[in-house]
Design a protein. Structure first.
Length: 306
């Protein structure tokens, strides 16, 4: 995969601007209905991918990657075909979280074959180059690398392709929001005010480019003490209240749990190491609710088109 790339390939076609999700309408897993795009002069990337979901937050370190990883595995466990793109070029987490730090993807012709683990197809800059090299990349180069994750990777048929976004609302986030036909975005936040303030910025960005907000997840909602009482370390229900005010679906609260952190560091996510814990159940519930919101969004989209 070269790092400099012709960016014109998909940029001038309006259905790639913002939520060009017409191609993904009325999707549910298991059966691809093969809608064709009418744009004849461009080959549409990802035409075998039914739903593309960005996991975002304004703030760093709130658990986007952790949620994206556990969400992907959770959806795969339901029988869906799932891919996960690590869009954090400057600090990729997916290789560590999947225990694939020294694994390189193979080529199939001109395309990269995504790695696959725990039932999820994966692509990360961390699989391709020395991380120290990525750090010096400037905006346009980073944006074109992201586009190559779409155009030059052999994803094949997927029910869900999840983007784990970097923190903030910079070039990479905007490129993805504007040029990838996202079904919608999931916002991850902690309950505290400073995180919520940054979430507002991310919401504003997605709304500006007409990307639907699928819902909000409150991570690190509380810590359960040995006597069973809950310590609301980062404040209580901040995410839930914010979602209500904004009219966004609330996908659930995920507690602070040592197993989550350990799972991320060890390369086997908590949903696999502790499948029956309260935390894993909360994550699975959020994944189910998200899948429901995807269906609702697609149905609404189909309605608007008809
Ligand atoms: N519910 C949780 N309980 C305990 N630890 C958690 C939880 N969620 C995330 N963490 C830990 O918090 C740290 C940050 O999480 P993560 O890397 O997923 O955040 P992020 O939002 O993706 O960060 P960045 O903005 O840098 O991409 C990690 O060490 C992770 O293991
Ligand atoms: Mg991250």
């Amino acid at each position: 995969m070269s790092t400099v790339h012709d960016e014109s390939a998909h940029s001038s076609c309006n259905h790639h601007q913002g939520n060009g999700h017409s191609a993904h309408s009325s999707c549910s897993h298991g059966h691809h209905h093969g809608k064709e795009e009418s744009c004849s002069h461009h080959e549409r990337p990802l035409n075998q991918v039914k739903n593309i979901i960005a996991v975002a937050s304004g703030k760093g370190g709130v658990g986007k990657s952790t949620f994206a990883v556990n969400l992907a595995i959770s959806l795969a466990e339901t029988g869906a075909k799932v891919g996960l793109i690590d869009a954090d070029l400057y600090g990729p987490s997916i290789p560590t979280m999947f225990g694939l730090l020294n694994t390189k993807p193979e080529m199939a012709g001109k395309n990269l074959v995504p790695l696959e683990k725990f039932g999820v197809k994966l692509m990360s800059i961390g699989f391709l180059i020395d991380i120290d090299t990525a750090v010096i990349w400037r905006g346009p180069m980073a944006s074109s690398a992201i586009k190559q994750f779409i155009s030059d990777v052999d994803w094949q048929e997927l029910d869900y392709l999840i983007f784990d976004l970097p923190p903030g609302t910079g070039d990479i986030q905007l490129t993805i929001a504007q040029t990838i036909p996202l079904t919608g975005a999931v916002i991850v936040t902690t309950p505290q005010d400073v995180a919520i303030a940054d979430v507002s910025k991310a919401l504003g960005m997605f709304r500006k480019v007409n990307v639907p907000i699928l819902g909000l997840v409150e991570n690190m909602s509380h810590y359960e003490l040995p006597d069973g009482t809950k310590d609301f370390i980062f404040g209580s229900h901040g995410g839930e209240k914010f979602a209500k005010i904004q009219g966004i679906s609330f996908l659930g609260s995920i507690p602070i749990d040592r197993a989550v952190r350990e799972g991320g560091d060890s390369g086997t996510p908590c949903i696999l190491t502790h499948p029956d814990s309260a935390t894993s159940k909360a994550i699975k519930q959020a994944a189910t609710e998200l899948a429901r919101q995807v269906s609702i969004t697609n149905a609404r989209q189909t309605e608007e088109l008809s």
